[in-house]
Design a protein around this ligand. Structure first.
Ligand SMILES: *Cc1c(COP(=O)(O)O)cnc(C)c1O
Length: 243
């Protein structure tokens, strides 16, 4: 983990990587939303990110997101990790963009809870582009059906697709390895968008491969290590605040 004072420099570095990649692709930097992934890190560091101008923050666990956000002002939150149906009520109605909807039953549960709260839940559909058993996401071949199903639910807004490519094998360039996976997600998004114009976003790209993601049209990149340094061993918990 880094100290808060290092953050401004790291943020500037990541933004210039995005800017350079966007320029090479003939895109605009402002069309790529930077999400700072604060998982395992204390809320003080998340707050320092917001204060440095990074308002969008992502967490991969519901409990950590819910506990941390109480201590951070001015952030917009993204849930980027797997969501269990029994945690749906901790998320809906709290202005969280859920990036990880990967099955019809989860979409049902989110919409039903949103209906109870008279809310609209914004979601992305997560796709397992590399067919990687270690990763969440629906199958590539089932993506368009799941998009159509989820957007047919009354209280969901399906705004795009998300993916986490498999880890590159040792010695393989992470950018080259990830690029075809990102291209697959873009093609799926383009197909979905022909029927449903609101399916716009591509949430893809992490610290080691953001250039490839931006080249393939990412509209959201999820960056942890490059901004906040090495992660702690486990999730942050309120009782460890003194750590
Ligand atoms: C942790 C995480 C990230 C950030 O990964 P880095 O390699 O540290 O940038 C991005 N997306 C998801 C879904 C994550 O869980």
């Amino acid at each position: 983990m880094i100290v808060a004072g290092e953050l401004a420099g790291r943020l500037a570095d990541v933004r210039s990587r995005i800017e350079a990649a966007a320029e090479r692709a003939g895109r605009r930097e402002q069309d790529v939303l930077l999400i700072g992934v604060t998982k395992t890190h204390p809320p003080q560091l998340a707050q320092a990110a917001v204060d440095a101008g990074l308002a969008d923050l992502g967490e991969n666990r519901v409990q950590e997101l819910v506990a941390k956000r109480e201590h951070v002002e001015g952030a917009r939150w993204h849930l980027i990790g797997q969501l269990q149906r029994n945690k749906v009520r901790d998320v809906v109605g709290r202005q969280v963009l859920v990036h990880s909807v990967d099955r019809a039953r989860l979409a049902d549960a989110l919409s039903r809870r949103a209906e109870q709260l008279d809310a609209l839940q914004r979601v992305l559909i997560q796709v397992n582009v590399g067919d990687d058993p270690a990763k969440g996401g629906c199958e590539v071949g089932g993506t368009l059906d799941l998009v159509a199903y989820a957007r047919g639910l009354p209280n969901l807004a399906v705004e795009g697709l998300m993916t986490i490519p498999p880890l590159p094998p040792t010695g393989v360039d992470p950018l080259e390895f990830a690029q075809p996976h990102f291209a697959t997600l873009r093609e799926l998004r383009d197909q979905a968008r022909e029927r449903f114009p609101e399916v716009l976003h591509l949430s893809m790209g992490m610290s080691s491969d953001l250039e490839a993601a931006v080249a393939e049209g990412a509209t959201m990149v999820r960056i942890g290590t490059a901004l906040f340094g090495t992660r702690q061993d486990g999730p942050w918990r309120p009782e460890e605040d003194a750590r």
